[in-house]
Design a protein around this ligand. Structure first.
Ligand code: PEP
Ligand code: MG
Length: 760
């Protein structure tokens, strides 16, 4: 039976067309269970009716025509009770509903199982036999197992719009497709899809026969030179919009063409008799495959860079001039694998949004899109690009939703959101220089989280009082080796200078978990519980010391550096880290004679053990900073990147709030200050709670800063404290959110609270 199940599931998942998948299921199940009829009823996406979408045994012409109300007939009963129904005499059942078009009166026994995905009933799978005999337990178990395995495929067809089209092919409104991907860069874009196709196909190459070695080498060199030139022009086109640091991505790109890198292998193949085109694509494909098989998501992303580079060089060899596409004013670039380089080919003002089938939040594309403020959604599996050509799209970079051919209703809604977004921003800009104080004169420091240089400009424009979290690992990603101490010193200096005299909290290297460096791969079964953050840097004092020295040197004459230690889970880790900081400072001052002010040191509270050790930790340092993102993940045992459990990831869960409250009291009991630098701090409602708890500072994405400030300036600490007492007694995140929402009665403030992206 297991073999039959496996074979059905495998065949279905290999079929791209929904109608064909359903046909396969009913045919195979009929065969496997030796039943006379097998049918699938699916709910239309509006959830109004259950439609007969496939059948083997019922009349062909009933398929797509017959439907039942949600609670109608035996099928409706299965759907509403959300459990199997196994009856020997279906026609005698009180819920039996005769559907003349199907010709089902000849079948007496009925077994129906619900198709459920993430607690939602998507439809019902039914088998029927002529004789009046209950199905046995193993048959029931077979159908339940199959249904559970197929539910993901059916849910996916709902999200790609295939299901709506199957059920209502003639209804234009049903053609709106709601695709779900990963939010790559926040914001809303409404515009026209422009499909970016690869310029040359490495994988379907019809290479010409090789000419002389010299001719092939010359062709290869010419193509490489032209590609270098293209890359330089792209980088040039983006200068001013991205920082020098981000420009480095292009240098890395160009370096791959060097003789020490890919060039050597290609030339060797040409010398062995291959044509330039064939040699180039063989080398690229081999490297792409190698990257693709790696577990690490960051390295897999590098396969995308290689493919893009491969196509560019090949295109030059094929002399196929890159097509000049006329971009509409609100172009939403859509591609299987959009690359950083694509951004440079369109004048930035014309790009309203980006949509890439491949890619993750870690990708260079996402990093740059965030820096440039272009709403982006990534990682939409199963998307058929051709269907999108020239279509109107809404890209919701806050939630990861993309609406294709949106309904008039959705369009109106998002136009409103876009207009409100702009208007709110304009209104909020007036608060740039206003202090973050409550109506009853209680101040709190509002800081920003940074990593890219592009963040600096936005942060200063929004009136940040300093940096509460500089993610020092970000510049490490855009490289092919660890940056040297001097390279690090330079980019730290840029940050410190940009904000001086305002404080800049620099977190030491926090890699591992979902953040892997391309040149330092870590392969673990449970990376979030593995070698992460301080655990790595303590095991590699040479890396840690180089970073500490670079930070300290960068702070010479400025006095605004603070150092923050990530993932501390025990006192001994903290003590070892403090010793190394002390050592780096001593080397630079006592031994090298530099004049460097000792920085204030803080500990991130993001692991449950640190909550219970908070007082002991606070005693040894200057401040505590709560990383609510990881703290939520570890307290609730919910992977922050797993979409299966995304609804369980709640930073307003009572347990997370209780932990935050405990930490601030522990810090204050030791006479130390406490802040929050996870997403909770940038959530206007969360920020109010943290203020009421007594936190001294909140650090957030620059995009949320003015909203948070507006809410703080409209609130009274005395009232917030009362609210906090009430909230801390609530049973779940849902009620916390509701009570907080209800507490904001001013309509203007309510808008600021509602509009905030990323309400965790
Ligand atoms: C956190 O965990 O809340 C945090 C700020 O760090 P990161 O998101 O970089 O892990
Ligand atoms: Mg963290």
């Amino acid at each position: 039976m297991l073999d039959q199940l496996r074979s059905i599931v495998q065949r279905v998942s290999a079929t791209a067309d929904l109608r064909e998948s359903l046909r396969l299921i009913v045919e195979q199940v009929q065969d496997a269970l030796a039943v006379q009829a097998c049918s699938i009823y699916l709910r239309d996406p509006q959830g109004h009716r259950l439609w007969l979408c496939a059948s083997h045994g019922l009349r062909e012409r009933a398929i797509g025509q017959v439907s039942l109300a949600q609670d109608e007939g035996l099928v409706g009963l299965v759907a509403t009770r959300e459990e199997p129904l196994n009856v020997d005499r279906a026609l005698d059942h009180p819920n039996y509903r005769y559907l003349a078009e199907t010709g089902e009166e000849k079948y007496r026994s009925f077994l129906g199982v619900p198709i459920i995905h993430h607690r939602r009933v998507l439809g019902v799978l039914v088998v029927q036999r002529a004789q009046a005999q209950r199905f046995d337990e193993s048959e029931e178990a077979f159908l339940i197992t199959l249904s559970a395995q197929l539910s993901g495929t059916i849910a996916h067809s709902e999200s790609t719009g295939d299901l709506a089209q199957l059920i209502h092919p003639e209804d234009p409104d049903s053609h709106e497709t709601d695709l779900r991907g990963l939010p790559g860069a926040p914001g809303i874009a409404i515009g026209e899809a422009v499909i970016i196709s690869p310029v040359a196909d490495l994988f379907a190459l019809d290479a010409p026969a090789a000419r002389s070695v010299a001719t092939e080498l010359a062709e290869y060199r010419r193509a490489v030179e032209k590609t270098r030139h293209d890359i330089a022009a792209l980088a040039q086109g983006l200068s001013g919009q991205i920082s020098e640091q981000e420009q480095w991505l292009f240098t890395a790109y160009a370096q791959m063409l060097d003789d020490q890198s890919l060039g050597k292998e290609v030339k060797a193949r040409i010398r062995a008799g291959a044509a330039a085109q064939a040699a180039w694509s063989a080398v690229i494909i081999a490297h792409v495959r190698q990257f693709e098989t790696m577990q690490d998501s960051y390295l897999q992303e590098r396969a995308a860079d290689l493919r893009d580079l491969g196509r560019r060089v090949l295109a030059h060899m094929q002399e196929s001039e890159q097509q000049q596409v006329a971009y509409p004013a609100n172009a939403i670039l859509v591609g299987e694998e959009l690359s950083v380089a694509t951004l440079g080919t369109v004048s930035a003002g014309r790009i309203a949004g980006l949509l890439s089938v491949q890619g993750s939040v870690n990708s260079h594309l996402a990093i740059l899109a965030r820096a440039m403020g272009i709403p982006t959604v990534l990682g939409i599996q199963g998307l058929r690009l051709e269907r999108l050509r020239g279509q109107r799209l809404i890209v919701d970079g806050y939630s990861g939703h993309v609406y294709v051919a949106p309904t008039a209703e959705h369009l109106a809604h998002y136009r409103r959101v876009l207009a409100e977004d702009r208007q709110l921003l304009a209104e909020l800009e007036g608060l740039r220089d206003a202090p973050a104080v409550t109506l009853d004169a209680h101040p709190i420091k509002l800081l920003v989280n940074t990593g890219l240089l592009a963040d600096v400009r936005i942060s200063l424009e929004r009136g940040a009082e300093g940096v509460g979290l500089y993610r020092s690992e970000v510049p490490f990603f855009a490289r092919q080796r660890f940056p040297t101490e001097e390279e690090q010193r330079q980019f730290y200096r840029e940050q410190l200078l940009a904000f001086a005299p305002r404080p800049v909290v620099m977190r030491t290297l926090d890699v591992g978990g979902d953040k892997n460096l391309p040149y330092f791969p870590i392969d673990e079964a449970n990376p979030f519980l593995g070698w992460r953050g301080i655990r790595i840097t303590l095991d590699h004092p040479e890396l840690f010391l180089a970073q500490l020295r670079a930070m300290l040197k960068a702070s010479a004459g400025l006095r605004n550096l603070r150092i923050l230690l990530p993932m501390i889970s025990s006192l001994s880790e903290l003590e070892m880290a403090l010793e190394l900081i002390e050592r780096a400072h001593h080397e630079l001052t006592a031994e090298e004679g530099l004049d460097i002010h000792p920085p204030r040191i803080g500990v991130m509270i993001e692991v449950p053990s640190a909550i219970f050790l908070a007082r002991d930790l606070a005693r040894r340092v200057d401040f505590l900073s709560v990383g609510s993102n990881d703290l939520t993940q570890y307290i609730l045992a919910v992977d922050r990147n797993n979409s299966q459990v995304a609804d369980l990831y709640q930073s307003m869960h009572p347990a997370v709030l209780a932990a935050c409250y405990r930490v601030v009291r522990a810090a204050h009991a030791e006479g130390k200050i406490a802040g929050v630098c996870g997403e909770l701090a940038g959530n206007p409602l969360g920020a109010l709670l943290l203020l009421a708890m007594g936190y001294d500072s909140l650090s957030m994405n620059a995009s949320n800063l003015l909203r948070v400030k507006a809410l703080i300036r409209g609130s009274r600490l005395s009232e917030l404290k009362q609210l906090l007492r009430h909230v801390l007694k609530l049973p779940d995140a849902e009620s916390v959110r509701r009570v907080l929402n209800e507490s904001i009665t001013d309509p203007q403030l309510r808008r600021f609270a509602e509009m905030a992206p990323g309400l965790g």
